[in-house]
Design a binder for this molecule. Structure first.
Ligand SMILES: NC(=O)c1ccc[n+]([C@@H]2O[C@H](COP(=O)([O-])OP(=O)(O)OC[C@H]3O[C@@H](n4cnc5c(N)ncnc54)[C@H](OP(=O)(O)O)[C@@H]3O)[C@@H](O)[C@H]2O)c1
Length: 232
């Protein structure tokens, strides 16, 4: 790792993303953190006030392709040791292919799979050669091997992210980078619900440790927040 390592966390306004920002800061890293509405990102603003000059809060909506391209262009010349594309949505509450519309399916797939790959591909040149790590917050629900049914639209969006990430890794040969497709655990957030067993702090600490430990491995792996392999 570099002397003053720098991380980019996409979707850092709340939940797991905010926890990951906290954890990188606690480890002495500087952070670029994105929120859809930075002016309303009060928790991120508080972290920035507590850590002067170390948290750069940027606007990014992962449902906006041109916005993703512009955001990546705005980072020209910056080198990241770790990037975690964490933003994600659960999809329509009916959760069913039989009730789904083109619009809601398009939004779910774009935010959870297409947008993250588009952004990651644009940022490959910003990752530190040799030790740079690109991470995606996926889910065990994206595993085809472990699919026991239910939540079929969300599962499909994360399976698409997993497949696209493998394709991106194939493009990355020769760049000496590491790509991680990560399961954060079932975490107590707005998405995970109050009954989830894993606390945000526990998941975030695990995800950050896994990213740091994997630096230099130059592999593509599907790992949980404790570093265990998950079947694709
Ligand atoms: N919680 C779990 O148990 C669990 C399990 C497996 C995987 N995951 C994955 O972990 C990631 C984080 O989930 P979470 O539990 O922390 O969920 P959360 O509390 O609902 O937070 C979701 C985050 O994604 C951001 N986001 C949503 N749509 C966005 C968009 N169009 N553009 C930019 N940002 C957007 C949100 O920003 P706003 O605040 O602006 O809405 C928020 O920061 C997701 O990818 C999720 O699929 C979660």
């Amino acid at each position: 790792m570099a002397e003053n390592p720098l991380a980019l966390i996409v979707g850092a306004n709340r939940g797991i993303g905010l926890g990951v920002v906290r954890e990188f800061l606690a480890k002495g890293w500087d952070v670029v953190a994105t929120a859809r509405a930075p002016d309303a990102a009060t928790d991120l603003q508080a972290l920035s006030a507590l850590n002067p000059g170390r948290v750069d809060i940027r606007a990014l909506n992962m449902a906006d392709g041109a916005g993703i391209d512009g955001f990546a262009a705005s980072l020209a010349g910056r080198t990241f040791d770790a990037v975690l594309v964490n933003a994600g949505v659960a999809g329509p509450s009916h959760r069913s292919a039989n009730a789904a519309t083109v619009e809601e399916t398009g939004e779910l797939m774009f935010v959870n799979a297409i947008g993250p790959i588009r952004l990651g591909r644009l940022l490959l040149k910003n990752l530190r050669s040799g030790t740079g790590v690109l991470g995606y917050t996926s889910s065990v629900m994206g595993s085809v091997a472990l699919n026991a049914g239910g939540h079929e639209l969300y599962r499909a969006s994360k399976a698409a992210l997993n497949s696209l990430s493998r394709g991106l890794f194939a493009e990355m040969r020769g760049r000496n980078l590491t790509l991680l497709t990560l399961h954060p655990g079932w975490v107590r957030t707005d998405m995970g619900g109050s009954g989830a067993p894993v606390r945000v702090e526990e998941s975030a600490r695990g995800l950050v440790d896994v990213m740091i430990r994997s630096a230099g491995g130059r592999k593509h792996a599907f790992l949980d927040y404790q570093g265990k392999d998950i079947a694709w």
